[in-house]
Design a protein. Structure first.
Length: 106
């Protein structure tokens, strides 16, 4: 078979399969533990960082519109994180909530 004549190809395919499987497990754990909003933020951050690192490492030249799109995507992710932290801080903690305060007094 052609695949086994090129050992680099077989090695690369095996590595690709292993790392893809690890990535899928990470996604499922992240989704189950933290929910879909956190998963979408992590995915967005990963994609934006991937684009930014590619631009820097390979010396790509991008137009103003592409740069503005990258900045807008980053701003949306930062806003989602800020909103999530703000909503988390506003929730009452069960230790601070008086259970008997809603009880009917005779």
């Amino acid at each position: 078979m052609l695949y086994f004549q090129n050992s680099d190809l077989v090695f690369n395919l095996i590595c690709y399969a292993i790392f893809t499987s690890i990535g899928q497990v990470f996604i499922y754990i992240l989704l189950e533990k933290y929910g879909p909003l956190t998963l979408s933020m992590v995915t967005g951050i990963r994609k934006i960082l991937s684009i930014a690192i590619s631009i820097v490492l390979f010396g790509k030249v991008i137009s103003l519109w592409k740069f503005m799109s990258l900045m807008l995507g980053s701003l949306v992710i930062v806003w989602e994180i800020y909103d999530k932290v703000k909503r988390h801080d506003e929730k009452p903690h069960t230790a601070d909530f008086d259970v008997d305060s809603n009880a009917k007094k005779d």
